[in-house]
Design a protein around this ligand. Structure first.
Ligand SMILES: N[C@@H](CCC(=O)N[C@@H](CS)C(=O)NCC(=O)O)C(=O)O
Length: 211
């Protein structure tokens, strides 16, 4: 019986990252839905787990954690194999550069609460949301494509070993597709996503498996 519980939402890309990482580590977990469309993230029950009113939160044998990247790096330290971070400090910094380019730069401006507020300020114009998503995801992924071009990427974002940056990239690309972002020219990203798609850990975590 699993004593790991992930409080998530199927379409949340931050939750999707944690599902992939748990799968890569071979950890059994159950999920409890926090329905973002119903606003359950702001309910007292979720605020107790996650004072920011967000998902995911991970209950790891009674220890409640928030922030997907902190959770994943912690899981990686607790369960070192397969390693999601490289061996040298400089390589780890590169993987964090890639991961943060998505998780700290693209993701926050495309968050539900942010885009809902933008629609509100635009007087309910839903098309603003689509344009906003396309613009920021497209710019962010183009920059990520350039970052991948420094000679240190391989089958995956860092060499041939799947790691934290891939765990961030795949959910972001799912989101790009959801909003109709053209990524046909992002050849490095597309090749890495195709490699990740071959792995059960990524496939099992896909939103379409859960929604
Ligand atoms: N930096 C946080 C971001 C969490 C986050 O923004 N989660 C989104 C879903 S992907 C959310 O809960 N949004 C709800 C809202 O904006 O109200 C993490 O990586 O865990």
């Amino acid at each position: 019986m699993s004593n790991i519980t992930l409080y998530d939402y199927w379409r949340s890309s931050a939750s999707y990252r944690v599902r992939i990482a748990l799968n890569l580590k071979g950890l059994d977990f159950k999920t409890v839905t926090v329905d973002l469309l119903k606003g359950e993230q702001k309910a007292a029950e979720n605020l107790q787990r996650n004072p920011q009113g967000l998902v995911p939160s991970l209950d790891l044998e009674g220890d409640m954690m928030t922030q997907s990247l902190a959770i994943i790096e912690y899981l990686d330290e607790l369960h070192p194999s397969p390693a999601l971070m490289p061996v040298t400090a400089r390589e780890r910094a590169r993987v964090r550069t890639l991961s943060h380019a998505i998780a700290m730069d693209i993701h926050p401006v495309c968050n539900l609460g942010v885009v809902q507020r933008i629609v509100e300020l635009a007087g309910g114009d839903e098309q603003i949301k689509v344009n906003w998503m396309r613009e920021f995801i497209s710019k962010g992924l183009s920059a990520f494509e350039q970052l991948l071009g420094d000679g240190q990427s391989g089958r995956f974002c860092h060499g041939d070993q799947v790691g934290l940056a891939d765990v961030c990239l795949v959910p972001q690309v799912y989101n790009a597709d959801r909003w109709g972002v053209d990524r046909s020219h992002l050849s490095r990203i597309n090749a890495i996503v195709a490699e990740a798609d071959k792995l059960d850990a990524f496939r099992m975590a896909e939103p379409r498996q859960l929604g």
